[in-house]
Design a binder for this molecule. Sequence first.
Ligand code: G6P
Length: 605
Amino acid sequence: MCGIVGAVALRNIVPVLIEGLRRLEYRGYDSCGVAIVTAEGPQRVRSVARVAELDEQARETRFEGVTGIAHTRWATHGAPTVNNAHPIFSSNALAIVHNGIIENYESLREMLRGKGYEFVSQTDTEVIAHLIHSLYKGDLFAAVREAVQQLSGAYAIGVVHKDQPHTVVGARAGSPLVVGYGEGGNFIASDALAIAGSANRVSYLEEGDICEVTLEGVRIVDRAGNPAERPARDVQAYSGAVELGPYRHYMQKEIFEQPRAISDTIPADVAFDPVQFGENAGEVFKGIDSILILACGTSYYAGLTAKYWLESVAKIRTEVEIASEYRYRESVPNPRSLVVTISQSGETADTLAALKHAQSLGMEHTLAVCNVASSAMVRLTELKFLTHAGREIGVASTKAFTTQLVGLFILAVTLGKLRGHVNAQQEATYLKALRHLPAALNGVLALEPQIIAWSQEFARKENALFLGRGLHYPIALEGALKLKEISYIHAEAYPAGELKHGPLALVTEAMPVVTVAPNDALLEKLKSNMQEVRARGGHLYVFADADTHIASEEGIHVIRMPEHYGLLSPILHVVPLQLLAYHTACTRGTDVDKPRNLAKSVTVE
Ligand code: G6P
């Protein structure tokens, strides 16, 4: 989603700004731009194509400057056009880049129109530009401070003014912003990754902070205007662009990386010991009586799967909520609940806000299951479990999901052991199953040719149903989400028992019905549901376990999973669904790694 980079330096900074945008590209965006400050006013280049095209424009026009701001935009207010791309100007004096959404932009726009400002874009950002301009009396920092007090909504901004050619001012509330300290230059960015290398150290701004970045240094004040010290930490060197290797897309690469990612995520000394979640985790775990999981998207489905494990293995009551719903709902807080947030990026605005909401309701015990160690979420929670999926580039999450499941399973067994519901023999069985997962996954990945054959048929469909029961219902949900995200085929998932309460009306010959059919206690019930589909002419595509007795016949296509995997079976069963979505999308020729309208890190609500 939107990204910000800004810099004040002794040298031409445009290549650094554009490199920063390139590193943020994978998050998803639909336009981009850079502005530099000159005494005549800010100058900019913008593009609705890729950052590479912006780079070409900058090179061709010899676009250079020592102070500048840059942006990747994911459209919220106003279509993704060049005119709406940031940086946005006011009166040819000031330029701004903005992540987030301003909620009171309509009233501000009316007020500013009354003062004679003309609006030339459809963005909410333009009100911030004119507002700061209207308040500017020779001190950009002061004008930004005054302006942000009138904004409601979420924002991270970077602002420059022609009369202060060696200053960038930044501010944040609701969207992340860091300041970076380098040799011969100082920076701002929405993610440290964008400026790593140019900046050696960064400080994370806190809610309401405003910063002034100059060549001499960085000044930060808090919401109340008091000087604020934000600890500086070393930035990890940028590890370079992730190579595609022999794969066609990052998504395919990430699907095939899952055995490695899972093996890296299982701690070498995994002993289902609370200390793996933090030093005081043992104490915290002893004091809790329930779990509240908060997440969005694929991470939410990981939470739904975890609920089955937490309730059956650890016998602890577990609720799972979509973060964007929870944060605005009146709920009954339980201070003895452990709040577990699940997030690949650790930056999803709704999940962060839901976490803060839970904390504000007095739920102080929090745990993040997250893939990014330096993320805001990991910094906000008391306990953590880091997944080691490695950087995930494909917008559709794959290896992040299966590694989250591994972390959540370890949590369930750890709590189960602590609460006296897991004996030594069960513990040994769980450990063995975890350790064997990477090998078992390799067996599932070998099914790719059979799945490619199915994907040819799926590519011609416009709708699909996914069925699962129990522990595999969230897997059906995830399979349907993968298919719709990247192939644009309308897909819905149902717990198979619900079929007769509605979706059966949709079943005709044209409706493929994907069925997740592990050999578990619900298999016989699932088989009855499959007959209900067959009786209406529906075509079933069944992922069955090796030992499941379901034979291929007219209208029933079966792919057999190499082994039956008990409680950890969802981690295996989701992989063929990822592959089915991937190959169907490839056949339909969509932009698999950057599906239309979607972003990798959703930093606005
Ligand atoms: C976006 C991504 C999804 C992801 C969701 C939650 O929608 O496209 O792949 O599941 O955000 O992201 P998080 O980083 O919090 O897991």
